[in-house]
Design a protein around this ligand. Structure first.
Ligand code: ZN
Length: 118
């Protein structure tokens, strides 16, 4: 089983890495929810079992945490939800609903505690 990883990059390296991995068309496209993909600050890289995220300043740590869990949610196969309080809401997630279930799943299935890698 391939190990899980999380790749945290500053803004420039984040976009450089996205273009290297997925190409320009991914960055310039429109997401399944209708907003430009270039605005996404995290991605689930299924081929590498990696979550690629842009580093956030400390004062946005709660939002950053939701972003990381959102992308791990995709990695475990979850789709977007319409509930604005759920971490799988597609843009600017407001709530922490669903975080514990995602965390538990990765601990059980992968022996990987996301909290250790935030
Ligand atoms: Zn998403």
């Amino acid at each position: 089983m391939k190990s899980l990883t999380i790749t945290k990059c500053n803004l420039i390296d984040y976009y450089r890495e996205r273009i290297n991995r997925f190409g320009w068309s991914e960055v310039l496209g429109i997401s399944d929810t209708g907003y430009p993909r270039c605005l996404a600050t995290g991605l689930a890289d299924y081929a590498r079992n990696d979550v690629l995220v842009m580093k956030y300043p400390a004062f946005l740590k709660n939002y950053y945490r939701r972003l990381v869990y959102h992308e791990f949610g995709h990695l475990m196969g979850l789709n977007h939800l319409k509930d604005r309080n759920d971490v799988m809401y597609p843009n600017f997630m407001r709530g922490n609903k669903g975080i514990e279930a995602i965390r538990d799943w990765f601990i059980i299935e992968w022996n990987f505690d996301i909290e250790d890698y935030l």
